[in-house]
Write a protein that binds this ligand. Sequence first.
Ligand code: 6GU
Length: 239
Amino acid sequence: MNYHVLTLFPQMVLNGLHTSIIGRAEEKGLLHIEAIDIRDYAENKHMRVDDYPYGGGAGMVMQPGPVYGAYQALSDRLGKRPRVIYLTPQGRVFSQSLAEEYSKEEDLVFLCGHYEGIDERVLELIVTDYVSIGDYVLTGGELPAMVMIDCISRLVPGVLSNDVSAEFETFHDSLLEYPQYTRPETFMEKSVPEVLLSGHHGNIDKWRREQSVIRTAKFRPDLLPFADLSEKEKELLKT
Ligand code: 6GU
């Protein structure tokens, strides 16, 4: 998977992603993350890439030329025109299922806006997908791009070790994860649930499933209609 992030803050993207699991996946050659500085495509000697909005109003707007130039140079170099994701609170809300779709692509371009946004004309010319990461407002698209890259990358084969495979986890089956415990057996007078010490895997699986269902009902009842619950589990939730 090759990510190409068009941004005014390339260091923010690179520094944030070159650590941990994503960094190791890069070293293994499973991923490549490239940050392209939109300012390198500025069209004036002051390297300015924003200007006042036509019609007036607060803030500055990113000019179309530098963004178009950065994208054109990239697509010429790649010899193709991959999907361009524009990070905006006005987009479709990102989800695990959208991450699964994106994880099948070979190249993804993320366009990060700042200030009051980007001139509409260049968006019309190059953007294929408008995506938000939730209903709140951030100062720019870099953090959303990093969130998406992290989420998509862990679905790329080989990025996670087999024993933490993404296949059997939260949101895959629309249920939250069960609680986890490790040593010590007692912490601040709180004990690990007895069943987890029993070594009885049948009972452990049953307890974990039950905890997942209870937690989902408690914290994310909106997910329950999408979960595949048994009649017995539906009964359990009525009580
Ligand atoms: Cl994608 N961008 C910005 N600026 N704010 C957001 C967002 C994106 N998603 C949620 N809030």
